[in-house]
Design a protein around this ligand. Structure first.
Ligand SMILES: CC(C)(COP(=O)(O)OP(=O)(O)OC[C@H]1O[C@@H](n2cnc3c(N)ncnc32)[C@H](O)[C@@H]1OP(=O)(O)O)[C@@H](O)C(=O)NCCC(=O)NCCS
Length: 197
């Protein structure tokens, strides 16, 4: 358990655990509600969703922050993608991060940072070479993300180029990377998993 201080409230204890109940209706509903509260109703329209829809997160790389009662406080997931299609880009593997979200009532207390630190460490431990995401550069810069290596890569849909960021976990993993990102993760079997993204 870790704990964070929330202004005007007692400290909140939480733990970060890997999602083992990916398709459970209770978790799906809690995640959807949290993402709606944190990101607004349109979060499913983002280009990143094209790479997540109908897929399962990368093995061992979907995390939740829960309080002592089991209530969901935050979520982050990483997804398997290929960089390019073999014609433009060599199709090398990478991870796509997102959504990352924390319950708005606990904003800026350190839960997002803890989720990110945990997710990056696990991705590295599992041998992944690079992580991409579309998000706020000033936030993700603190974890080492930048647009430096995404210039020749693109998302399969509209996105803001200066928000398309990457982090190498292995030096040189994105050298020469180009092409459009493609979903390469395991397919979700049950319909409810497809919606769980
Ligand atoms: C963005 C988010 C995940 C951060 O998690 P959090 O637990 O609230 O914040 P953290 O404790 O990790 O980080 C707080 C720090 O990040 C900064 N920060 C938070 N959101 C930021 C943003 N969108 N852009 C730049 N900086 C941001 C805070 O000002 C604070 O800075 P400080 O450490 O210098 O005081 C969370 O606020 C959230 O769910 N937001 C809505 C959904 C979203 O935007 N998801 C990310 C997609 S870009």
């Amino acid at each position: 358990m870790q704990s964070v201080e929330i202004a005007g409230k007692a400290s909140v204890a939480f733990s970060i655990v890997v999602e083992t109940d990916l398709g459970s209706p209770a978790l799906v509903a809690a995640r959807e509600a949290l993402l709606g509260r944190a990101m607004g109703r349109n979060w499913k329209k983002k280009s990143s969703q094209k790479l997540r829809r109908g897929r399962r997160p990368s093995e061992g790389l979907a995390f939740v922050a829960r309080d002592e009662t089991g209530m969901l406080l935050g979520t982050v997931r990483l997804w398997d993608v290929a960089l390019g299609d073999g014609v433009v880009g060599d199709g090398r593997p990478a991870l796509l991060l997102g959504p990352l979200a924390v319950d708005p009532s606990l904003k800026n207390a350190g839960i997002g940072k803890a989720l990110m630190a945990h997710a990056l460490a696990e991705a590295k431990r599992l041998g992944h070479g690079a992580i991409l995401l579309v998000g706020d550069a000033p936030y993700y810069a603190r974890f080492g993300f930048s647009a430096e290596k995404t210039g020749m890569l693109s998302m399969p849909g509209p996105y803001e180029r200066d928000r398309f960021l990457a982090l190498e976990l292995l030096e040189g993993a994105l050298d020469g990377a180009c092409g459009v990102l493609k979903a390469s993760g395991r397919k979700a079997k049950a319909p409810r998993l497809a919606q769980a993204a």
